[in-house]
Design a protein around this ligand. Structure first.
Ligand code: NAG
Ligand code: NAG
Ligand code: NAG
Ligand code: NAG
Ligand code: NAG
Ligand code: NAG
Ligand code: NAG
Ligand code: NAG
Length: 421
């Protein structure tokens, strides 16, 4: 959802840019009576542009939205977005050929058209800066995509990349040196993360919801200017590399829903801009490092469904500053009742006086918490002791009965033996 919004934002920004660039010369173009290139008009019709009464397809909204430059004698299409098109639409090689010389932006949204079959025309490969395909084209050829070598923005979401070979990701981006944003999300990517990155200007990388396996290579540090890293919902294993601390522009890191293990590296504390840290649903363990509460920019912290232990090292003040805090689903984690209220440490068990979680069923914990709420005014620590009071005595009672039974059995056996002799 978030990424989709970002993408749309990026698209609208680009469109705005294109319009701004076009706007001033356009006035001149109008004065000169410049019309759309007839070949390109045909191409737009072939792609489903409804005949327009004014005969002016540029700046038109609707299913086929185009922006044009102010060329003379003919204007040419610079930006094209196909939305919600019928599944009889097809992106023909001829249409792309006609649009190629001028096209900078090409976007498909909810457009289940037949995908382009041949390789993209050379002029398109060289000229296209922005390509976006969301739930469109049924499937997309990796080779076709990889030819768009001058892209700065590439988004493929909810659209499978065709071959499913393990090196798909590397193939797609191997020639795209100018990328600043790359999103390949829910695109049927498998294989591993590449060890080499050729795009020094990349700021956003979203490879979420694929089947990428293996560990996060240390060479991720080649992405020196990256601000958003989203590798969520893949099959990544191994540790979070300590080198992540070198990526000092990071504002959002989402590694959730993988199989990462080990602890949170100390180097995370050196990320001055970090606002979002989502490590939920992994196999991370060890204690939660206190330095997180010193990261002044942090707004979202998700540590849920891991194997963290010990006491939550956070103050109520720190947690109130966060927009999102999640730590439930860590059975060995607990919070200090004299430091935090239950409403803040949602889903985390309170600690006993030794710093271990009070292991009662959640319902019982909630009840004892409410039951002691009255006492809490007098002193939190006392309230906590009262709540725990009943449970150890029950354990002692159980243990007593067990031991008595054992003793009885032993005596019985001894007696039986004597009788047998
Ligand atoms: C990462 O991607 C997932 C799924 O595509 C999305 O739900 C999540 O919001 C993204 N995380 C961030 C920090 O943008
Ligand atoms: C998509 O097209 C269908 C019919 O062609 C229409 O009912 C629907 O409202 C359209 N959706 C959007 C988001 O434009
Ligand atoms: C990228 O664009 C430049 C000029 O903008 C052009 O010279 C170059 O050939 C293009 N690259 C490719 C691989 O087409
Ligand atoms: C997804 O990838 C797998 C191989 O990893 C392949 O068998 C499958 O056909 C691909 N799915 C689509 C829809 O292309
Ligand atoms: C990276 O960005 C800088 C500044 O915008 C630009 O000069 C440089 O050519 C870009 N590098 C690549 C590989 O696109
Ligand atoms: C977690 O990832 C699996 C596949 O690896 C996916 O099926 C599931 O929907 C993801 N869960 C969430 C909450 O994103
Ligand atoms: C984390 O788990 C690994 C593997 O299970 C174990 O070797 C390691 O000691 C654990 N670390 C901590 C701090 O508990
Ligand atoms: C909980 O916090 C209080 C006050 O900071 C402290 O005195 C106490 O030792 C802590 N409890 C545990 C089990 O560490």
């Amino acid at each position: 959802m978030g990424m989709a919004t970002t993408t749309t934002l990026a698209a609208s920004r680009l469109l705005l840019f294109v319009r701004l660039v076009v706007a001033v010369p356009f006035a001149v173009g109008l004065a000169g009576g410049s019309q759309l290139d007839p070949q390109q008009l045909l191409a737009l019709r072939a792609l489903g542009l409804a005949a327009h009464p004014s005969g002016e397809p540029c700046e038109a909204g609707g299913a086929v939205a185009a922006s044009c430059d102010a060329g003379v004698p003919f204007r040419r299409v610079t930006s094209l977005a196909l939305t919600n098109c019928s599944d009889t639409t097809s992106v023909s090689a001829a249409a792309l050929e006609a649009l190629a010389p001028s096209l900078r932006t090409l976007a498909f949204l909810d457009c289940p058209a037949a995908p382009p079959r041949l390789l993209p025309p050379e002029q398109l490969a060289a000229g296209l800066w922005y390509f976006s395909c969301t739930a469109s084209l049924r499937r997309l050829s990796t080779v076709w995509l990889s030819r768009l070598a001058n892209l700065t923005d590439l988004t493929v979401t909810d659209t499978p990349l065709a071959t499913g070979s393990p090196s798909e990701l590397a193939v797609v981006i191997s020639h795209m040196d100018h990328l600043t944003r790359l999103t390949l999300s829910n695109a049927n990517l498998s294989g591993f993360l590449p060890h080499h990155w050729h795009c020094p200007n990349l700021t956003r990388l979203d490879l979420s919801r694929n089947r990428i396996a293996g560990s996060i290579p240390d060479t991720i540090t080649l992405l020196a200017g990256i601000t958003h890293l989203n590798l969520s919902s893949n099959a990544l294993t191994g540790h979070i590399p300590a080198y992540i601390g070198d990526l000092i522009s990071l504002t959002a890191v989402d590694l959730s829903n993988n199989s990462l293990s080990g602890g949170i590296p100390e180097t995370v504390s050196t990320l001055p801009e970090l606002e979002v840290l989502n490590l939920g649903s992994n196999r991370l363990n060890g204690s939660i490092p206190p330095f997180l509460s010193e990261m002044m920019g942090l707004k979202e912290l998700n540590l849920e469904n891991n194997d963290f232990d010990g006491m939550l090292p956070f103050s109520a003040r720190f947690l109130s500053r966060l927009r999102v805090f999640r730590a439930a689903g860590n059975s060995k984690l607990c919070y200090n009742r004299s430091v935090l209220a239950e409403e803040v440490a949602v889903g985390v068990a309170p600690c006993d006086k030794y710093g271990f979680p009070v292991t009662a069923p959640p319902a019982a914990t909630a009840q004892s918490e409410k039951g002691t709420a009255d006492h809490d005014d007098d002193g939190d620590a006392d309230g906590g002791d009262d709540a725990r009071g009943g449970r150890p005595s029950a354990v002692v009672l159980g243990l007593g009965i067990g031991l008595s039974c054992l003793a009885f059995v032993v005596i019985l056996l001894v007696c039986l033996c004597k009788v047998c002799r």
